[in-house]
Design a protein around this ligand. Structure first.
Ligand code: C2E
Ligand code: MG
Ligand code: MG
Ligand code: MG
Length: 293
């Protein structure tokens, strides 16, 4: 094959594009493999969820976890959600995939509770398309009913882009979800373009500061910005989760600023469910020890 290609290219002259387009073909083929694979990934059981612990900044106890999807592709290996979620979103496959994630997260959380482990809130990411899908409420209700999970242990993360589109519809949907007893969080805060006015109307429960801000906390302006965001969130009745906390300096600054929850590599990376379970078992024995003292 290679010889043929070479021969053809030579015949067609020096500027032959077949030669130069070859690396592109590899990329294009990978995309196509991913696109086709995405359609069958659910039935082939290729997705799994990791859980990244969230800690109370004061007590350092694990109070929650964010469920983060992973795709183990049979040929391409492990694929990051940053690479396939946009594809799932544009093809509409995010609807069944998102429903799957929601169901698994609820079931897993309930299973931990049934094992007598300290209850935590599990946060699930909702994509824009999923949020506006007309079947959202019924699929959430189904996930809650089938798992028997109390809705107070479920948190849904939405992004700021939502805040800009048809505010009234957005407002009603958020309210309907909160009426079920679910906590609503705004994810990646500061990277989108939500107006402060919308933020006030939405009355969300949790604001997650994006990790790009946390990385800037050492600078005077970065510090000022974060403390402004935290104070604003508090005055709107929200609690704050800092995402992407990696250093002791960042942790200490956030504690000083009364940020409630910490999620980041300084404590834990996203964990396999077995490792999350081991962590909860250790947390449980800490609580038992405290009680028996
Ligand atoms: P996200 O919702 O903002 O999730 C946080 C991301 O930051 C995760 O990346 C997490 O591993 C990473 N992270 C957490 N702490 C640190 C840290 O200290 N340092 C660094 N460098 N990174 C940290 P991940 O798991 O690759 O997920 C990427 C994005 O994919 C998520 O960003 C979310 O937007 C999307 N995603 C993941 N799972 C789902 C899902 O089930 N549904 C939807 N719709 N989107 C999902
Ligand atoms: Mg998130
Ligand atoms: Mg985020
Ligand atoms: Mg993100």
């Amino acid at each position: 094959h290679a010889d043929n290609a070479m021969f053809e290219a030579k015949q067609q002259g020096r500027n032959n594009y077949h030669f130069y387009s070859k690396p592109m073909n590899v990329e294009a083929r990978k995309r196509l493999t991913m696109q086709n694979g995405l359609r069958r990934a659910l039935e082939n059981d290729e997705f799994y969820l990791c859980y990244q612990p969230q800690l109370d900044a004061k007590t350092r106890r694990v109070i929650g976890a964010e469920a983060l999807i992973r795709w183990q592709h049979p040929q391409l290996g492990l694929i990051s959600p940053n690479d396939f979620i946009p594809l799932a979103e544009s093809t509409g496959l995010i609807i069944p995939i998102g429903e799957w994630a929601l169901r698994i997260a609820c079931e897993q959380n309930k299973r931990w509770q049934n094992e007598g482990l300290p209850p935590i809130r599990v946060a699930v990411n909702l994509s824009v398309r999923q949020f506006y899908h007309q079947g959202l409420l019924s699929s959430i209700n189904a996930a809650l009913q089938q798992s028997h999970l109390d809705p107070r242990w479920l948190e849904l993360e939405i992004t700021e882009t939502l805040a800009m589109t048809s505010a009234d519809k957005t407002l009603k949907k958020i309210q309907a979800l909160q009426d079920l007893g679910i906590s609503m969080a705004i994810d990646d805060f500061g990277t989108g373009y939500s107006s402060l006015n919308y933020l006030k109307q939405f009355s969300l429960d949790i604001l997650k500061i994006d990790k790009s801000f946390i990385g800037d906390i050492h600078s005077t302006s970065g510090k000022a910005l974060i403390s402004t965001i935290i104070n604003m969130a508090h005055s709107l009745g929200m609690h704050v989760t800092a995402e992407g906390v990696e250093t002791l300096e960042q942790l200490e600054e956030l504690e000083t600023m009364a940020c409630e929850y910490i999620q980041g590599f300084i404590f834990y990376k996203p964990l396999l469910k077995e490792d999350m379970q081991q962590l909860l078992i250790r947390e449980n024995s800490k609580i038992v020890n405290t009680l028996s003292q």
